[in-house]
Ligand binder design. Structure first.
Ligand SMILES: [Zn+2]
Length: 131
């Protein structure tokens, strides 16, 4: 398992932008079609905007049309944690960064081959390192 990154709320506020803090630490959701990476398909690695952990690769990114960056699989199983989310009268599976426990987005069972999963992730939670 990756090493855990722990910071106080004040430290997160200092280190993140307002939008990053709202998404990662307050489980916010950016407006659809507004995120920086919604339509970016440059080759590279998507890291956690909170702690820099490698989360997704551009190979697994696809255009789902949902308005947020979508991936069909993480770089490794250990990179993410999931939790049942019953907010907003829906039953969804929340996706968190395993290292810093930052909120990334949700995963849905309507993705493409080969996993059938759609990781719907906020751009604000990601940082693309282009290759
Ligand atoms: Zn993280």
């Amino acid at each position: 398992m990756p090493a855990k990154v722990r910071k106080t709320e004040a430290e997160w506020r200092r280190d993140l932008t307002l939008e990053q803090f709202r998404v990662l630490r307050e489980k916010g959701t950016e407006r659809p079609w507004s995120g920086e990476y919604d339509h970016v398909f440059e080759p590279g690695v998507y890291r956690c905007a909170g702690c820099g952990a490698e989360l997704f690769r551009s190979d697994a990114k696809y255009d789902s049309g949902c308005g947020w960056p979508a991936f069909y699989e993480p770089t490794s199983e250990d990179a993410l944690e999931t939790e049942e989310d019953r907010s907003l009268f829906m039953r969804r599976t929340e996706v968190l960064c395993a290292s810093c426990e930052g909120h990334l987005g949700h995963v849905f069972p309507d993705g493409p081959h080969p996993t059938g999963l759609r990781y719907c992730i906020n751009s604000a939670a990601l940082k693309l390192e282009e290759e």
